[in-house]
Design a protein around this ligand. Structure first.
Ligand SMILES: C[S@@+](CC[C@H](N)C(=O)[O-])C[C@H]1O[C@@H](n2cnc3c(N)ncnc32)[C@H](O)[C@@H]1O
Length: 458
């Protein structure tokens, strides 16, 4: 890749951007190779050996070689997420604005699929904090809910809404992340084909869409709450100009995020309002292109105090007892039914859930536990991957690597087991899903939609 490979006018525009160094940038695109990084799940510590830590995220690690994640059962168990390192800076922003996790907060990840930043935010939250992960595009919701399920927590709600649907939730969120759809130049190194999509016209369209999204979501931020804004674009129009527009249009204050010089991140100020932003250039940081900024809302746009709603479903006590027996510390959860499915969410979020139901199209809430058939629970995949499952209440089967791959392919598993009934299928102590053990065979219940389809190269 040389300078002539970039789209016309792209490098010219970059020349004017703060902190940009042409030679380093082009060299990183020509010779930089690809950087592999993962982020460990703090709720599923698996003792994974890694090479070097991502400086701005304690759970982020670089790998010297890119292994085949598809054929690693721990990946499917949710022990880690494969994430580009610069994106993990959002963790640093959240921890900077909330150094102590004292009062519970409500966080919205507005543009969430496939869920990289949702699982990042979730890792930094307590179970008493709520994370709402929203994705506007329906076909992108399943990957988001799968990734949240793998992470295993019961304090998340996934929704499928347009940003304007949140206007009824005035002042509801303490923190809103808008990881905006953008022109994507920050991903050129990873995905050179994205260069064909880039044009100045598209940058302008992205800018307009970003303003629309932010205007729609602004009322849902609480007074003194925070907006974290990020893009994977280098364009001023999508970054500093957006900060200028936000500060001019609304009563927002820019928040300066502490960074170390060694990290290689460029701190910028927007031209008019002097709002701080953070630019990541490949070659200067060990990661791809990113822009991030944080602002505090200084005004009230209504809401917040009215949000009390404790509508309770009538649940049969005998059924509830069965469901609770599958849960560690069952008093920590609120149980409810959606059609025949039982679900559980950290109990602090009952009122939020009821309220969100009135405004949004909910695609996942807490953990789906399964259906009752008489006194038996037909367990759901989400329950297997969740942190709330009481392993003393179920059979467990340990699989070696080959058996785990057979299981994840939804194939027959070469194993002899003498027990009968639903069994949690585990690899190195981490649950992968369910199987039903029958006298002469094992029924593999790994979900079809996420089974491994690829062939392993020898
Ligand atoms: C940069 S991606 C999000 C990546 C995600 N935050 C992550 O870290 O995994 C932007 C997301 O915004 C969504 N999107 C596209 N148009 C949108 C709109 N008008 N309003 C809200 N979200 C939109 C896209 O479907 C996409 O999932």
């Amino acid at each position: 890749m040389d300078a002539s490979t970039f789209p016309p006018h792209f490098l010219e525009q970059l020349n004017a951007e703060p902190g940009y160094d042409k030679a380093t940038f082009i060299d990183a695109h020509q010779n930089g190779g690809s950087i592999t990084s993962i982020r460990l799940n703090p709720f599923k510590p698996a003792g994974i050996k890694t090479d070097k830590q991502v400086p701005w995220c304690a759970e982020g690690h670089y790998l010297d070689i890119r292994p085949s994640f598809t054929f690693d059962p721990l990946f499917h168990a949710g022990a880690y997420y494969v994430q580009e390192a610069s994106s993990m800076f959002i963790d640093h922003i959240l921890k900077s604005i909330r150094p102590k996790k004292e009062d519970a907060i409500k966080v919205l990840d507005l543009c969430a699929a496939p869920g990289g930043k949702s699982t990042l935010l979730n890792s930094a939250l307590n179970s008493t904090d709520l994370l709402v992960a929203n994705e506007i595009i329906k076909t992108r919701v399943p990957i988001l809910t799968d990734n949240l399920s793998r992470w295993g927590t019961a304090n998340t709600i996934a929704t499928n809404n347009d940003p304007r649907d949140f206007t009824g939730l005035k002042g509801f969120f303490d923190v809103v992340l808008v990881d905006a759809p953008c022109s994507g130049s920050g991903m050129f190194r990873k995905d050179p084909a994205a260069m064909n999509e880039w044009s100045e016209g598209n940058v302008n369209l992205c800018h307009q869409r970003q303003e629309r999204i932010l205007a729609d979501i602004y009322p849902a931020i609480k007074e003194d709450g925070y907006l974290i804004y990020s893009t994977c674009s280098y364009s001023h129009q999508e970054n500093e100009d957006i900060l200028d527009w936000l500060c001019a249009e609304y009563d927002m204050e820019s928040i300066r995020i502490p960074i170390y010089k060694e990290w290689g991140i460029v701190e910028t100020e927007s031209p008019l309002q002097k709002a701080w932003g953070y630019r990541f250039y490949p070659g200067q940081v060990m990661g791809e292109g990113l822009f991030a900024a944080c602002l505090r809302k200084r005004e009230s746009t209504g809401g917040a105090s009215n949000y009390k709603n404790n509508a309770q479903q009538k649940l049969a006590a005998a059924e509830l007892d069965i469901v609770r027996s599958y849960v560690n510390e069952p008093d920590n959860f609120y149980y409810f039914k959606v059609v025949d499915d039982w679900l559980a969410i950290n109990r602090e979020h009952q009122a939020s859930l009821n309220l969100l139901h009135k405004h949004l199209y909910i695609k996942k809430s807490g953990v789906r536990m399964g259906k009752l058939a008489g006194r038996d629970l037909i367990p759901d995949h989400e329950l297997a991957l969740s942190l709330l499952i009481n392993k003393d209440a179920v059979l467990t089967t340990s699989l070696n690597t080959n058996q785990a791959i057979q299981y994840l392919r939804r194939d027959n598993i070469d194993i002899t087991i003498n027990e009968k009934g639903w069994s949690l299928m585990e690899y190195e102590g981490f649950a992968l899903g369910w199987a039903k053990l029958l006298p002469n065979r094992i029924n593999n219940y790994y979900p079809k939609e996420i089974r491994i389809m690829a062939q392993q190269s020898s």
